[in-house]
Write a new protein. Structure first.
Lengths: 115, 112
């Protein structure tokens, strides 16, 4: 079974530029999460989708971050304009159901460096 | 507010010895806890979980202990191997809240 796929793996941009990350969850997984992991910290939830609807985006900085999950499968996370403090690894995860459980599968992440 | 923290940021253990990683949480409503392992350059990987109606759960070489009285849980890894070197996170969830809150993490280094 293929895992959660993310791209790009690495991205370096200058502040005020924009960037987009893509995630393809495990086939059949209804729930998709985007986490932000700053170096030395645990992942922090940015947004959770159930199919193509948003369940929780309370910690998403909506003035600069946006995410969508069209057709309830792939998802993109966009940052525009980027700030220095956005430097982090952006992790995508998916699960079969909406209820939190251990069966949360993470991708390898997209590492963003903002200069 | 809610917080999940770890007592020690780093831990070094001799190969073959047992290791114990600790985690404290502050949300008394937390009823589900998970330990994740994160290797360099990879996403977190599920190790073991425990619900609040249990105080101990065992897996292959791993045991999680939960003490609800002092809001503390620990991960015990038996007979550590070089492949156990990673950062370990505890995470918690409260019923009715779909958010999984991660702690800061403990870096475990296995010394050959």
């Amino acid at each position: 079974e293929a895992g959660v796929a993310q791209s790009p793996r690495y991205k370096i941009i200058e502040k005020r530029q924009s960037v987009a990350f893509w995630c393809n969850p495990i086939s059949g997984h209804a729930t998709l999460y985007w986490y932000q992991q700053i170096l030395g910290q645990g992942p922090k939830l940015l947004i959770q989708f159930q199919n193509n609807g948003v369940v929780d985006d309370s910690q998403l900085p909506k003035d600069r971050f946006s995410a969508e999950r069209l057709k309830g499968v792939d998802s993109t996370l966009k940052i525009q304009p980027a700030k220095l403090e956005d430097s982090a690894v952006y992790l995508c995860a998916s699960s079969k159901t909406g209820r939190i459980s251990g069966e949360l599968f993470f991708g390898e992440g997209s590492r963003l460096t903002v200069l | 507010g809610e917080s999940v923290g770890l007592h020690l940021p780093t831990l070094s253990v001799q190969e073959g010895d047992n290791s114990i990683i600790n985690c404290a949480y502050s949300n008394s409503a937390s009823d589900y806890f998970i330990w994740y392992k994160q290797e360099s350059g990879k996403g977190p990987q599920f190790i073991i979980d425990i619900r609040s109606n249990m105080d101990k759960r065992q897996g292959q070489r791993v045991t999680v202990l939960l003490n609800k009285t002092v809001k503390h849980l620990s991960l015990q890894i038996a007979a550590t191997q070089p492949g156990d070197s990673a950062v370990y996170f505890c995470a918690e969830n409260a019923w009715g809240n779909e958010k999984l809150t991660f702690g800061t993490g403990t870096r475990l280094t296995i010394i050959p």
